[in-house]
Design a protein around this ligand. Structure first.
Ligand code: PBG
Length: 308
């Protein structure tokens, strides 16, 4: 009876899995603040992508960790046609063509300042950054990315990326915009994973104020107008009101990103025996669906799929 009247379902079709990729071969390193989650060298990441696809995962979201020597204040390494991201897209699309490959578009892993944009006099230059992000997205599309996902929160980047893609003939590349990305302390473990913590200040001049709700609607509506196919809310659990607002008002699919800090909290509590890991995990994931998300980006995806 309960199954018959259930309002929300959680299935394998709901998930995308973040993959952290590093240079080298045959390396798989656990991220200290994300137990059971790993950084992979590309050979192993490709095998991992295949394994996840065979498990039923529909998509992955790629992040790369760049050596300090390659970082600068222009995003040059992000545009390298043979950069780690570019090689990763090609390798994974070749090995698992049916797996949806999404890529992170932002400068922070490539920035000597650890910021998502180009820095001048301790400020982030919005428009100069947008020009680089557009080239970066195009470079990912050229390698076969199905989705480009700008996570930088610069104004006007979705339109610029859309126009760049159209002009180059990439009319089928999907833009998944991090529209409502909050200046959150829940990103801590991720910044450990990619060694991308800001070198000075914080990200509050471009990411959203955690106190704001209406602004999320404005940002998302603007992104859709500029050509976003999917809009995202991030983090997840503490922002379910935003997911619901967007689901009610915005006529494109909503993605939610359950971020590294959320993952770490549950792992830590479970390790102490204070929470039942799998039950709490499924409850959280179900809550994202109930709030109106179509896509859940989660480090728990594999475990969830196994249980589902
Ligand atoms: C940066 C980016 C961040 C995450 C995804 N892309 C961190 C940040 O803004 O500093 C966070 C993901 C997570 O915490 O799991 N462009």
């Amino acid at each position: 009876m309960r199954d018959l009247v259930r309002e929300t379902t959680l299935t394998a079709n709901d998930f995308m899995v973040p993959l952290f990729i590093v240079e080298g071969t045959k390396t798989k390193t656990e991220i200290p603040s994300m137990p059971d989650y790993f950084r992979f060298s590309l050979d192993l990441a490709t095998a991992e992508a295949k394994r996840l696809y065979d498990l039923g995962v529909k998509g992955v979201l790629l992040f790369v960790k760049v050596a300090d020597a390659e970082k600068d204040n222009t995003g040059l390494a992000a545009l390298n046609p043979d950069g780690l991201m570019q090689r990763s897209i090609r390798a994974i699309k070749k090995a698992v063509p049916e797996l949806v490959v999404a890529t992170d578009v932002a400068l922070d892993p490539f920035s000597s300042y650890g910021h998502d944009g180009i820095v001048k006099d301790d400020k982030i230059l919005n428009d100069a950054t947008v020009a680089v992000l557009t080239k970066m997205a195009l470079s990912h599309a050229e390698c076969g990315a199905d989705i480009v996902a700008p996570s930088d929160m610069m104004d006007g980047r979705v339109l610029a990326i859309r126009q760049g893609l159209e002009k180059a003939g990439y009319v089928n590349t999907v833009i998944m915009s991090y529209s409502a990305k909050y200046a959150s302390a829940f990103y801590g473990p991720f910044r450990d994973a990619l060694d991308s913590a800001p070198g000075f200040g914080d990200k509050k001049t471009y990411q959203m104020d955690v106190a704001n709700r209406k602004e999320a609607l404005v940002e998302a509506a603007r992104d859709v107008e500029e050509g976003a196919d999917i809009v995202m809310v991030k983090p997840g659990m503490a922002y379910l009101d935003i997911v619901r607002d967007l689901a009610n008002e915005i006529q494109v699919p909503i993605a939610v990103y359950q971020v590294s800090g959320e993952y770490a909290m549950l792992k830590a509590a479970a390790e102490k025996g204070w929470l039942d890991h799998d039950t709490v995990m499924l409850e959280q994931l179900m809550a994202f669906k109930r709030a109106g998300a179509s896509i859940i980006i989660s480090y728990h995806a594999e475990q969830a799929l196994k249980l589902l």
